[in-house]
Design a protein around this ligand. Structure first.
Ligand SMILES: NC(=O)c1ccc[n+]([C@@H]2O[C@H](COP(=O)([O-])OP(=O)(O)OC[C@H]3O[C@@H](n4cnc5c(N)ncnc54)[C@H](OP(=O)(O)O)[C@@H]3O)[C@@H](O)[C@H]2O)c1
Length: 395
């Protein structure tokens, strides 16, 4: 049988990971025909051919069957994708930004498992394992923030030290706001909602609570209450309406999400019959990402395709949840629909416990900027009181 000819675009963490997975698992069925990069002068140890900088020249080579895109570039990647459609080639990508912008659901020559959840084969699971449909999906989808949270709540570091260690380990961008603003898990959640529910979500349909404002005062408060925080993306569909959010969540130490450590990702899925499933795997790094790209290639060559279906526009509905908000200002006046408010004071900061509309809360300017931090109280904790060691104020 003829080997499939691959054009690999990008030879950084993900691209090299793909190349090594191919060396280990795929040389008899696939041939790496060419590799394209940005800097033609850089030394590429271990690569068996010379890399080119002429990406479109490589893609338009008539012998290329499959393009594996591992650059993170969005604008140019769209041009590369368009060229592969024209050439009737297969496009495998790790690029969540690109995927979230593509209007190509059901393209039989497009796979993008590596863009959501690293080694976790979550897109394929959603496509194949839930014939009666899914009612909710919850996940730790960002390895960088989970690495920071692990340093804080497992190793006992302060927030700033946890962030520093994660930076030194190469898990956080030089501008940490890019990891802490919640944009990455929100984009992945929107992609997963296509496969879980057949719904197209706009960025505004997801209420995002950043980790930017999470600080040592928050850590002290949460530790004193014997809890841990996980940064969880959640989407739930009920009666045809969706709620979707990304938020730091308080979970009990024995909760499965509390046991998702370092750069791991995890997803919990509830099907329409009410049965729940939990999946966990490494979410970032050379091997997990490279393997996810390679597995897409294998799956496609064995006949796997995403289902063709027309995506419906999501109808969002307000989500009422119990939260803890920490802010230096008087917060209550900004919320019109909070049901119950209790508050505690700690070193000039104020913690409020309230039931309120997350959509409204996410729009308040000091929440968006990170001046105030928000923690969703996990469902298993709603009976727990949060007042030890705090002076309680009468509202
Ligand atoms: N790293 C992870 O753990 C991980 C996990 C999941 C998904 N991903 C996704 O994988 C993709 C790549 O991430 P990465 O971490 O591997 O990035 P990276 O280490 O920075 O590597 C990027 C590679 O792409 C090449 N490149 C960039 N712009 C290019 C252009 N215009 N033309 C040709 N080549 C170009 C770079 O070339 P030079 O080498 O010449 O600079 C480099 O080889 C991103 O979409 C990312 O979101 C990464």
């Amino acid at each position: 049988m003829k080997k499939l000819n691959i054009a690999l675009i990008g030879f950084g963490t993900a691209g090299r990971g793909f190349y090594e997975a191919w060396q280990q698992l795929g040389t008899t069925r696939f041939n790496i025909h060419g590799v394209a990069v940005k800097d033609g002068e850089k030394e590429r140890y271990g690569l068996h051919l010379n890399a080119t900088t002429d990406v479109l020249g490589l893609i338009n080579d008539p012998t290329v069957d499959v393009v594996v895109e591992a650059t993170g570039n969005v604008k140019e990647a769209k041009l590369w994708y368009d060229a592969t459609i024209k050439n009737r080639q297969v496009f495998v990508t790790a690029n969540k930004q690109l995927v979230s912008q593509l209007n190509a659901f059901g393209n039989q020559n497009l796979l993008y498992e590596a863009s959501c959840g690293g080694a976790l084969p979550i897109v394929r699971l959603l496509e194949t394992c839930f014939p009666h449909g899914v009612s909710s999906i919850r996940g730790v989808l960002n390895g960088s923030t989970n690495y920071i949270l692990t340093r804080i709540f497992v190793d006992g570091f302060t927030f700033n030290d946890g962030l520093l260690i994660a930076k030194e380990a190469g898990f956080v961008e030089a501008d940490e706001r890019l990891d802490l603003d919640g944009g990455d898990p929100a984009t992945k959640l929107r992609i997963l909602c296509r496969h879980a529910f057949g719904l197209r979500l706009h960025a505004d349909d997801v209420s995002v609570f950043p980790l930017i404002g999470f600080n040592d005062v928050d850590v002290k408060f949460i530790r004193r209450n014997n809890l841990v925080v996980r940064y969880i993306a959640t989407a739930t569909v009920e009666d045809g309406k969706i709620t979707a959010r990304v938020a730091p969540e308080l979970v009990a130490a024995e909760h499965p999400f509390a046991k998702v450590l370092n750069e791991e990702n995890a997803v919990s899925i509830t099907d329409r019959g009410g049965e729940s499933y939990f999946f966990k795997a490494k979410g970032a790094g050379k091997q997990p990402t490279g393997t996810a790209l390679f597995n897409d290639l294998e799956a496609w060559s064995q006949g796997f395709r995403y289902k063709k279906r027309k995506l419906a526009k999501a109808k969002s509905t307000p989500e009422i949840e119990e939260v803890i908000v920490r802010t230096g200002n008087d917060f209550r006046s900004e919320l019109t629909d909070a049901e119950t408010i209790e508050s505690w004071v700690e070193s000039g900061q104020r913690f409020y416990r309230l039931r309120c509309c997350l959509n409204e809360l996410a729009r308040i300017p000091n929440v968006r900027s990170g001046e105030a931090s928000v923690f969703v109280v996990g469902k298993d904790l709603t009976q727990k009181t949060f007042k030890p060691e705090y002076h309680r104020l009468e509202c």
